[in-house]
Design a protein around this ligand. Structure first.
Ligand code: ATP
Length: 238
């Protein structure tokens, strides 16, 4: 079943040239797909357009086969889409526990809310050890874990992640993406992971999509992409 799709999507800012240019992409349920591309390729813009944070000029976006283009961001989130934007958005004045409880507020039953937060602590052990720590005292890795845990608390069907590895040490990135992979495999979550860190992204994704100037220039299995030096050199800068 197709979890998320966009067809012939065109997105731009103001009167400028399109940043996403007639892009078509499909993710099946449970797929973990890396969205790759050099700086400025359009990865963030695509994630923001899928979420409704940037208006689309033309084309369709579908979640579970239902058209989203006219829906607000809030409505898309309600239908199962979640975005973890670049920059580890957590409320720094609140503790880890308060941040998580805030993420679970949409659940009406107190018991279910508590259980969901405990589930996140089991998944992200470093957060469990820091549950009473204020957001501003967390390391970059802990903040990114908290941002991811908050998104997972909403039990989304499709999770969009923008550059989670940015500024993190390689072991921290590996730990974070390991938890993401485990969680996706267990729950059937569909993930679109925008990354400039190609090696990390392809270690967790089964498939990679390479963007250049807002268009898809390659859509292949992760091992195939990892083993294609010409493609890597042309579009990914190494
Ligand atoms: P990065 O990895 O650097 O975030 P990216 O692949 O995510 O790159 P985008 O951030 O989507 O790329 O940017 C794609 C293009 O859109 C760039 O040329 C950028 O300058 C332009 N752009 C991004 N945001 C805006 C904006 N708010 N207004 C105008 N142009 C923008």
């Amino acid at each position: 079943m197709t979890a998320l799709a966009c067809h012939d999507l065109t997105v731009g800012y103001g009167d400028g040239a399109p940043v996403i240019d007639g892009l078509t992409l499909e993710l099946g349920q449970g797929d973990v797909v890396a969205l790759l591309g050099a700086n400025g390729a359009g990865k963030t813009t695509l994630l923001r357009a899928l979420t409704g944070l940037v208006p689309t000029r033309s084309g369709r976006v579908e979640l579970g086969g239902r058209e989203l283009a006219r829906l607000s961001t809030e409505e898309r989130v309600r239908r199962g889409l979640a975005l973890v934007p670049e920059g580890r958005s957590v409320v720094v004045e609140l503790t880890v526990d308060e941040n998580l409880r805030l993420g679970g507020l949409w659940r009406h039953k107190h018991k279910a809310r508590k259980a969901a937060v405990e589930e996140m602590y089991a998944l992200f052990e470093p957060l469990a050890r820091r549950r009473d720590a204020a957001g501003h005292t967390l390391s970059g890795g802990e903040r990114q874990m908290l941002a991811l845990a908050r998104a997972l608390l909403a039990r989304p069907d499709v999770l969009l992640l923008d550059e989670p590895s940015l500024g993190l040490a390689p072991q921290v990135t590996a730990q974070l993406l390991g938890v993401l992979r485990e969680s996706a495999a267990r729950t059937g979550l569909t993930v679109l992971l925008a990354e400039q860190n190609v090696t990390s992204a392809l270690s967790v994704a089964a498939r990679g999509v390479v963007l250049s100037l807002g268009s898809v220039v390659a859509d292949r299995s992760a091992p195939e992409l990892a083993a294609d030096p010409a493609l890597r050199h042309a579009y990914l800068g190494f």
